[in-house]
Ligand binder design. Structure first.
Ligand SMILES: Cc1ncc(COP(=O)(O)O)c(C=O)c1O
Length: 416
């Protein structure tokens, strides 16, 4: 779709011109005000235009906006310190990037350079970015995008994500057992450089799929057994979204490489990060030759420092956990008898409401209905709502948004 000389992608026909955003609200150019239940897809976790972050970037912009990538501005060193102090001690080397795609590219290159192996394992129908490598990680050559832009990259092996529905508690251990068998078959030739995954919840591009508890521990143990690196993509789950500052804390595992973006600067500037161990960094930096012209520009670092300080100071993850539980229970109660609901599931404030495939619903219409009532939602497939309000949302605004959401889902159920 082209609108006002901008080429958009295909998800949702509704391309609003947003002229103002503040906290949990956005305003379009017709003066309509919406509650934002997307956090711009896990970016503005602390609400739109956080005043402390804005102040930090203005202050830094007056000092310095750019430093060449073979040098460092002191604010970059400060951010590297702050970020690594918030992570397990093994993860103490940062690689600068401008976003999630680039950080994941850096991670894949690093894993190949470190292990001398070429194969990379990803999960089917996942999203890790827009580059060829990150698309190859989650989409098969036979997928719509694979056919359109192919050939995708070689040596990317895609396996099924062991997702489980909220109602399937009994089945969880057998799902995990099955997954273990399949993963071990792929790993046991000792030729896999890395597996790339999120922390047991797939957050990107229209799915909210959750693995049984124990998924991360299992992947960590098996990757260690076969000297395969574990690359954890925390682009969506990082910065309190999952009810922990970082999703890796859910099962207390330490990956070999972790990537961040999105919530890292709360949307105030483009920045991403790859963080790894000293051993991996030392062995690979000379040959993988990673460089990012705009990675960690000082203004983006100022935004990221303030963002992380706020998360830590306010222990934002605690509220995210509590509010996530509140949202899940409200949805489960009020949509209990709704015949089009397939599953309601989530971790922290990353909530998925999956509709039954046979409901043949037009998500665009639902999104439009919600917008008419003042709720901004997003989606990227035909059957799944991802609810991602800001983690700082006030309870009365959250309730209002939930009320609208429940009303539109219930209203379409009546029509079927
Ligand atoms: C899990 C995950 N990884 C990577 C990316 C890509 O990040 P970016 O859009 O900053 O390149 C996204 C973006 O949606 C994501 O959700």
């Amino acid at each position: 779709m082209i609108k006002n000389k901008i080429l958009y992608n295909s998800f949702t026909d509704w391309k609003l011109n947003i002229v103002k955003s503040k906290g949990d609200y956005i305003w379009d150019d017709n003066g309509n005000k919406y509650i934002d239940f997307t956090s711009a897809w896990n970016v503005t976790n602390l609400g739109h235009n956080h005043p402390e972050i804005t102040e930090a970037i203005i202050k830094q912009a007056k000092k310095s906006c750019y430093v060449a990538g073979w040098n460092a501005d002191p604010i970059q060193n400060k951010y590297a310190d702050l970020l690594t102090q918030a992570l397990p001690k093994e993860l103490n080397v940062c690689v600068r990037a401008t976003g999630g795609t680039e950080a994941n590219e850096e991670a894949i290159k690093t894993a190949r350079a470190f292990t001398g192996r070429q194969k990379i394992i990803g999960f089917k129908n996942t999203y890790h970015g827009q580059s060829y490598a990150t698309i190859s990680l989650g989409k098969s050559p036979e997928s719509e995008v694979g056919k359109a832009i192919g050939p995708l990259l070689d040596k990317f092996v895609l396996i099924d994500f062991p997702s489980v529905k909220a109602s399937e508690t009994i089945n969880q251990s057998s799902i995990l057992k099955n997954f273990k068998k399949k993963l071990e078959i792929v790993l046991k030739n000792n030729d896999v450089a890395a597996i790339v995954c999120e922390v047991g919840i797939i957050t990107g591009w229209g799915s909210t799929l959750i693995a049984p508890e124990g998924f991360l521990t299992l992947v960590r143990n098996l990757t260690k057994k076969y000297q395969t690196l574990l690359i954890l993509d925390e682009v969506g789950t990082g910065f309190s979204r999952c009810g922990k500052l970082f999703g890796m804390e859910l099962e207390k595992i330490v990956p070999d490489i972790v990537t961040f973006a999105k919530g890292i600067s709360n949307g105030a500037a483009a920045i991403g990060a790859m963080v790894t161990t000293e051993e991996i960094g030392e062995k690979t930096y000379a040959t993988s030759n990673i460089y990012s012209t705009f990675g960690w520009n000082p203004v983006a670092c100022a935004a990221s420092i303030k963002t992380l300080e706020i998360h830590k100071r306010n222990r934002v993850w605690e509220k995210a956990k509590k509010d996530g539980e509140y949202i899940l229970s409200a949805l489960k109660k009020d949509l209990k008898n709704n015949p089009i609901i397939d599953d309601i599931n989530g971790i922290g404030m990353e909530i998925g409401v999956r509709l039954k495939n046979d409901a043949k619903l037009k998500m665009n219409e639902l999104i439009e209905k919600a917008r008419r009532k003042g709720l901004h939602l997003c989606y990227a497939d035909n059957f799944n709502f991802q609810l991602m309000p800001s983690l700082t949302i006030k309870r009365d605004i959250l309730n209002k948004g939930l009320e609208i959401f429940i009303e539109i889902v219930n209203s379409i159920a009546k029509k079927i």
